[in-house]
Design a protein. Structure first.
Lengths: 318, 102
């Protein structure tokens, strides 16, 4: 069974990604200069108190840097990079990086979330290019479907409850309301310096082929004309070799769900007429009414269900 | 059919990770900060899938599945906490919780 699986894996993923041939090193100084330019562009584009024209200039600088870097990368890795998948890679990676840039620099959280959807879709496209079809589908379903909907929901909840500052330009309850903490970013210069220093180091290490890329130990046979979907193979692999990890993933998700429910529960007080949902702004009203609170901010006061003590019952039977 | 080099994908992953880091440090909106951590997750996921393809086995994809699970758990817990914090202070500003610095 094991050797069979290995053979099918090998025929499936017969062509590995080639590493670039040694000797085509992008100069570290060049990477540094490009990172510096992109950093300046990012600092200008990050939300701040300056005029919007500066942000546009910063965006143009960052975009130009990205295009120059992509052109250099294509040029330096031309001997391995000219192939059938080429154009799709460039389109998807441009969309992913552009979306990521806008997530970071857009002043409105809703638009940040939507640009993040763009990034997720583009990286799903990259996954398809890497023959990871199941992961691409899972990414779209989990990220763009579930996680992002939750994010947008919380953003809407928060921006609807936000009371506008008197005399401010934010309009009541609108999603387009721009709050103060979204328009002014915190230490953009230092953060961009650290971020682009890290990015530059990573790029330098990735593009430094003089150190010698590790060749894959797997020497796959020539690909046959028989090509199954990788989804099937991945499913077989997960259910045979990685069964414990799969169950562990389910356990983690269950625990996280219970934790999220407990963290974000509402406080409920029990009255003679029935349970009352205790809002934060209602706290004084409830206290003035003289009703005993059963739940507080104390984590030990989670309502206990199935008890005889009426005082600790969240939903007492009528 | 010639394919792209491993380095191309690693570069995209590194750029996404760096941008996410910058966003996490600069933005003050709690929700956008957590979105930026998701961006960093994306960069790591692209790296893992590219390595999975490079070594021609499924271990990288298994790592990515675990990464998606952790990201989903993190998002649910973090958003629960954001809702809780929002109920306490009425704002999503991370600066409102300065006193936690000690």
């Amino acid at each position: 069974m094991g050797s069979e699986l290995l053979i099918s894996l090998n025929t499936l993923m017969a062509i590995t990604l080639p590493a670039a041939t040694p000797g085509t090193v992008m100069h570290p100084l060049l990477v540094l200069v490009l990172c510096l330019a992109a950093g300046i562009g990012t600092v200008l584009t990050l939300p701040g108190k300056r005029e919007t024209s500066w942000a546009k200039i910063g965006g143009v600088i960052a975009l130009a840097t990205g295009v120059i870097f992509a052109a250099l990368l294509a040029h330096h890795l031309a001997d391995v990079g000219r192939g059938g998948m080429g154009p799709y890679f460039w389109i998807f990676s441009f969309l992913a990086v552009f979306g990521a840039f806008r997530v970071v620099t857009h002043r409105r959280p809703v638009y940040s979330a939507l640009y993040f959807v763009l990034t997720v879709m583009a990286s799903a496209g990259l996954f398809v290019l890497l023959w990871a079809e199941f992961m691409a589908a899972a990414l779209v379903v989990i990220y763009a479907g579930a996680i992002l909907v939750t994010y947008v929901f919380v953003i809407m909840l928060a921006s609807q409850a936000q009371t506008p500052a008197p005399g401010g330009k934010s309009n009541m309850g609108s999603l387009s309301a721009v709050t103060d903490y979204d328009t002014v970013s915190r230490d953009p210069l230092v953060a961009s310096l650290i971020g682009f220093a890290l990015m530059g180091m990573l790029l330098f290490v990735i593009l430094d082929q003089s150190a010698g890329a590790i060749p894959p130990t797997v020497t796959p046979p020539k690909i046959t004309d028989h090509y199954d979907s990788s989804v099937q193979e991945l499913g077989r692999y997960l259910m045979t070799d990685q069964l414990v990890n799969l169950e562990l993933a389910g356990l983690i998700l269950t625990i996280a769900m219970m934790g999220a429910i407990i963290i974000s529960r509402r406080r409920i007080v029990s009255t003679e007429s029935g349970p009352v949902l205790l809002e934060t702004e209602q706290a004084e009203v409830i206290a003035a009414m003289g009703i005993e609170q059963t739940g507080g901010s104390d984590p030990d006061s989670i309502p206990v269900y199935g008890t005889d003590n009426a005082a600790v019952k969240a939903y007492p039977e009528r | 059919m010639e394919l792209l080099a491993l380095q191309h994908y690693l570069v995209v992953g590194a750029i996404l990770f760096g941008l996410g880091l910058i966003g996490f440090m600069t933005r003050r909106n709690l929700i956008v900060m957590f979105l930026c951590t998701e961006l960093m997750f994306q960069g790591v996921a692209i790296n893992l899938i590219a390595f999975s393809r490079y070594w021609a086995d499924f271990r990288g994809q298994t790592f990515t599945i675990m990464l998606l699970v952790i990201a989903a758990a993190e998002a649910s817990l973090a958003l629960g906490m954001v809702v809780l914090l929002f109920r306490q202070k009425g704002t999503l500003d991370a600066e409102a919780w300065r006193e936690l610095r000690g």
